[in-house]
Structure formats: C-alpha cells, structure tokens
Design a protein around this ligand. Structure first.
Ligand code: SIN
Length: 497
C-alpha cells in the first residue's frame, strides 16, 4: 500500500517511545476489507508486551501529569494539526482496513481531529472547587487529578476517532495510556501514534500494542488485572464489556464502557417525510450500518408507514455498493464473515416472520463481505431485528398507532445508546426526548455525534461519557482537601471588630 507519507505505514507496535516487534517475532495479517487480501502485518503482542507498555506508561505518568495543562494542550493541538495534514493518508488506511468509503473515512479523520482540538482546550479547564467551610478555622478544596495509567480497547468501526476520543481526554487530564486497537484495524492506530510522536508526545505517554483476535482477551485481562491501570475504557460489544467490567472489579478501577445499541428511529405522521428519509439514510447506512448509533428499528406512525418505507427503499436503491476507494461508492463491505452471517440471519428471520422485502435481502454480487442494502416493511417485535443490533445495511420499518405505543416500543430493549425522533410538534419532541431511556436523542436529525457533546449510553449500552466537557471525568479523580488554619480567621475577625 502506498501512502503520500510512507512513514505513516507503521507495522510495529509502539511501546515506551520505541517501535518494536512482538517478543517472539510473531505477526498477524491485516486484511483489506473489500478485497479480503492481506496487505500488511503487525506484531502479535501479548500479556508480556502489554505489561511492559503499562510499566512504560506508569513511568511516564509523574512527568506528564506535572506539565502545565496548557503544555499538554499544546501537544494535543499539534497532534490534531498533524492529523488534519495527514487526512488523505489516514483516510486511505481507514478505508483499506475497515472498508468504509473514502469520503466517510475523511469525515472520520475530521471527527478525530475535533476530539484532539476539543481536549487540547479542555485540559485548561480541569477546574476544582472551593466549598464554603463547615467551621471558621477550616478551608475546603476539591482538586481534579489524573487517575494514572489508562488503558483503552478500541473498535474497528471508527479506528481513528475512537482512539483519540479516549486518548485525547486521558492525556489532557494528565493520564498516560496504553491502547489495544481492534485486530482488524491496527494500521490506523499505529499511524496515529506516529503522528503523536511527531507532535512531541514524550516516550511512554501513549503506547500501542497490536495483536490478533485470539490474543485480544489475554491483553484485556492484563489491563483489568493490573493495579497500575487505574482506568479502563472500552468500546465494543455488550458481552465483552460485561466481561471486562467483571475482571476489572478485582482491582477496583474506573471503567467506562461504550457498548452496543439498538437505536429506535421514530417518525410521527406530522414529520417532514423527506427530511425523515434523509435522516434515516444517514443514521442507518453510514459505515454500511456498522455504528453503535445506527438506527436499528424504524417505527413509523401508521398513516405514514407505507409512504416512508417506499420512499426509503427508493432512496436506498440509489446507494452505490463497492470498494470504499472507488469514486461514488456510498456503502462498503461488512467487516467480516461473522458480521455478514448475522445480517443474513436477521433478514431470513424477518422474512420468515412475515416481513415484506422491499429491496435487497441478499449478499451483494460483488462477493466478499458485501451485502445489498435492504429495506423490510411490516416488521414486528418478534423479529430478531427488533431485539438485536443488526450492524449491517438493513432497515426494518415497524408501524405504530400513537405516541404512547411508540415510546413503549422504543424503550423495549436492554440497550440505551442513541435514539431518534422525527416530529414537527415541539411539545411532542420534548415529551419523547424525556421519555426515551437512552443516553442520546436526535430530534429531526440522524446525525448526533460531535466532539463537543457527551456521547454514551444507559442500561446495557454502557457507563460513562466520552467527548464534551464530561469526557475528561472518566480519567480524573476528585481529591478533597480539608485545610485547618492555625489561626481561626473567623473568630479573630470577630474579636477585632
Ligand atoms: C460508534 O459506533 O461506536 C461511534 C459512533 C460515533 O461516534 O458516531
């Protein structure tokens, strides 16, 4: 693979400021998501390399945390500039290993740079508090302090943005970090580390350990069992997040989890139909339906349901499937055969339970892991697609009768990440936003993610928030300082009057 800046194609892990192979020199292949051909290798690292990376992060912590906040912010800002300058190369890496269309990959790079910029600024706003004391001879202060070493386990669907969403917040707070990127997308992570190094990040502050799917759990366990790791941040499935939380309990560390969703997309009869269909395309087909905030269940008020489904199918029929590096392609491949099998299972189940296939419903003739964008009408709550996140380019439309039913159906899941509602009625918009059991609600929009707002879920969708002014809290501890004054200032002031 050729990059304009060939130095960004890194194929070694990054530990303590050094680029290094696995101890046993073993490697794992990186596969092009569209062609399924291996085009690079990275080290298959394990617990030993991870333990060294944690030790390096622990050694770097006392110096990094003592820098002035604006000095840490300066490095993050420089990193963001370098990320923007390298946008084309990063996008090409994202598309090659993850499969998303180049235009979307460029959008992800901009999104990623936005987190670096945001937290470069937030570093200076780690304000504490002064509390009015309970006694005249006491002064009460609250300090915000970095927790120490943080570990991040990041997903393949946003291989750049999900790393910096965590790393920028952690580093701004004064923590150091070890990242384990998804086995499918290590090259983007390594390129980001190369840019961080260029930005002047000291050795050990950010470390990247690469590995394969089979060894990933052992690295996760190493993070969880380590007493040096004081915060763990994970983005991925609810099953893995639950396991990590249980493992991390033994060392009582902060855990933030951004887990699966099953987003409802509710369209009321008073909505602007064209806008709702456009929002549906954005919320469902971004990254071929492989985002945690993807709309999974389209609930449409009965009088509008047929028109919505027809117009959606027409619009989806215009999407162009293909390799992400081909001009005009809007839907790339799925990440792997397992993802593809799940999508097939959901579609077959919906058909078997009486759903009407309006479009697609099968593997794409391109082969590999491509799936034809699909629209299903007449979906019901019994279908798998209502109960599980599909993570693929399939939109199922469920009719509903009234607002109360829409809210009940929308909330009838363990997941609670993103949700969407289309209505022109402002009072209804407020009612629904307040009634939805979700961490995020988009009203009349299918795109709600931004570095400046808190991203995260409730219920089985996770713990904690990323981005926004709350994102740094995952990497901070409050310290309460109670200061006893030798002289009782209050009493002596009263005496002198
Ligand atoms: C995700 O799918 O986990 C992240 C999506 C986003 O940040 O918009």
């Amino acid at each position: 693979m050729q990059l304009a800046d060939s130095d960004l194609l890194r194929t070694e892990g990054f530990v303590d400021g050094r680029w290094c192979p696995a101890d046993d020199r073993s490697e794992v292949a990186v596969v092009n998501a569209a062609s399924r051909e291996a085009f690079a290798t990275v080290p298959r690292m394990g617990p030993a390399e991870t333990t060294r990376a944690i030790a390096a992060a622990a050694a770097a912590f006392p110096v990094w945390k003592r820098l002035l906040a604006h000095e840490r912010g300066h490095v993050l800002r420089r990193w963001s500039e370098l990320v923007r300058e390298a946008a084309d190369d990063l996008a090409r890496l994202i598309t090659a290993e993850g499969g998303k269309p180049l235009a979307e990959a460029r959008g992800e790079v901009t999104y990623a740079a936005g987190f670096l910029e945001w937290f470069a600024e937030e570093a200076r706003r780690a304000y504490g508090e002064i509390i009015p004391p309970h006694q005249t001879d006491k002064r009460l202060l609250v300090l915000q302090q970095p927790v120490g070493v943080a570990a991040a386990i990041t997903p393949w669907n946003f291989p750049a943005a999900m790393i910096v969403r965590k790393a920028a917040a952690a580093l701004a707070a004064g923590c150091t970090m070890v990242v384990k990127p998804a086995p499918q997308t290590p090259l983007t992570a390594l390129a980001l580390a190369a840019l961080a190094e260029r930005a002047g990040l000291p050795a050990g502050v950010l470390n990247v350990v690469t590995t394969d799917a089979a060894t990933s759990p052992a690295i996760g366990e190493t993070f969880c069992r380590s007493r040096s790791v004081r915060a763990l941040s994970f983005t991925g499935s609810t099953a893995v997040g639950t396991l990590l939380a249980a493992q991390a309990a033994a060392t009582v560390k902060k855990v933030s989890l951004e887990l699966g969703g099953n987003a409802p997309f509710v369209v009321f009869a008073d909505a602007d139909l064209d806008a709702a269909v456009e929002g549906a395309i954005a919320a469902k087909f971004r990254n071929a339906g492989q985002t945690c905030v993807c709309a999974n269940r389209f609930y449409v008020e009965a009088p509008l349901a047929d028109a919505f489904a027809r117009q959606l199918a027409e619009r989806v029929g215009g999407l162009q499937v293909g390799s992400g590096d081909t001009d005009g392609v809007t839907v790339g491949p799925l990440i792997d055969e397992r993802g593809l099998a799940k999508v097939e299972r959901h579609v077959a189940d919906a058909e078997a339970r009486g759903g009407t296939l309006l479009l697609g419903g099968h593997r794409h003739p391109l082969g590999g892991t491509f799936f034809a964008p699909t629209v299903i009408a007449g979906a019901t709550s019994e279908m798998l697609i209502a109960q599980e996140e599909t993570f693929g380019p399939v939109a199922a439309v469920f009719p509903f009768q009234d607002e109360a039913e829409a809210v009940t159906l929308a909330n009838a899941t363990d997941a609670g990440l993103a949700s969407y509602c289309y209505t022109r009625d402002l009072s209804r918009a407020f009612r629904v936003a307040e009634a939805f059991d979700y961490g995020m609600v988009g009203i009349n929009t299918g795109m709600l993610s931004t570095p400046v707002a808190p991203f995260g879920g409730v219920k089985a969708s996770g713990l904690g928030r990323e981005g926004g002014r709350h994102g740094m809290e995952e990497y901070q501890e409050l310290k309460y300082v109670c200061l006893h004054l030798d002289d009782d200032v209050g009493a002596s002031a009263a005496r002198s009057r």
